[in-house]
Design a protein around this ligand. Structure first.
Ligand code: DX5
Ligand code: ZN
Length: 237
């Protein structure tokens, strides 16, 4: 059975009360905290830098999952690693030398993720997938929270699931599929069944009155996926 992780995105948090928001979402059961870094160049929005990452680091014990939507990528990697990022994901279109950026992140001791936009083909994983810890599948175009899940993502996830399983068999190392954009309790089961392990949710968590309830509603949906996976496995056995 796969373990499912929920990563609330701070993009939808109240930035005037960031430390409280992080503590609240940690107590509510977040597995990771997702930090969206936007540069008004690679994406048409502007958010936070390493200073904010290091400011929030003491307020949660869970891993900080940094999603770089910046171009270039490399000049920010060391600063985010030093600011306490546990995972650093970047978009291949934003790096001139994808392999070099992957290695730079790894040498900083962070886990590395490659982020694929809705129209980016899985072929960008060729020749580098074995080096990754996370494949971050964008289910919206990057730049804003609160957008609708793009349904074509489901077919992409199914193809990626096969590829990731084959890769893990070869390498013996974990490789997670993370989905980002438009994830909520009403579609999370379908997204999990298509192959995702980690679920980024911004507006669905921070837009709720009760964060613990929002996260446990998602876990409830995921538990049913786990049970049906178990049943399918039992039938095979
Ligand atoms: C979009 C960001 C997402 C965003 C998700 O560019 O990468 O992490 O915050 O927000 P929701 O869950 O509201 O779609
Ligand atoms: Zn993100």
């Amino acid at each position: 059975m796969r373990d499912f992780l929920i990563a609330p995105s701070l993009l939808s948090a109240d930035f005037a009360r960031l430390a409280d928001e992080i503590r609240d979402v940690t107590v509510a059961g977040a597995d990771w905290v997702h930090l969206d870094v936007m540069d008004n160049h690679y994406v048409p929005n502007l958010t936070v830098g390493p200073l904010v990452c290091s400011a929030i680091r003491p307020h949660t014990r869970v891993p900080i999952d940094v999603h770089l939507m910046t171009m270039p990528v490399d000049p920010l990697v060391i600063a985010f690693a030093e600011a306490g990022a546990n995972t650093i994901s970047f978009h291949p279109e934003a790096s001139l030398h994808v392999h070099r950026t992957i290695e730079l992140i790894k040498t900083q001791g962070a886990r590395v993720g490659l982020a694929l936009n809705p129209a980016t083909p899985l072929a960008v994983l060729d020749h580098v997938i074995e080096r990754l810890d996370v494949v971050l599948v964008m289910s919206v175009n990057p730049g804003f929270g609160g957008q609708a899940f793009i349904p074509e993502t489901l077919a992409k996830l199914r193809m990626l699931r096969e590829r990731v399983d084959a890769t893990m068999q070869r390498t013996g190392r974990p490789l997670l599929i993370e989905v980002d954009g438009g994830v909520k309790a009403s579609n999370i089961a379908q997204i999990a069944a298509a192959g995702a392990d980690v679920f980024v949710a911004g507006s669905a968590v921070f837009g709720a009155d009760d964060y613990a309830r929002a996260i446990s509603d998602m876990r409830g949906e995921l538990a049913q996926v786990s049970e049906s996976d178990e049943r399918a496995l039992a039938e095979v056995r």
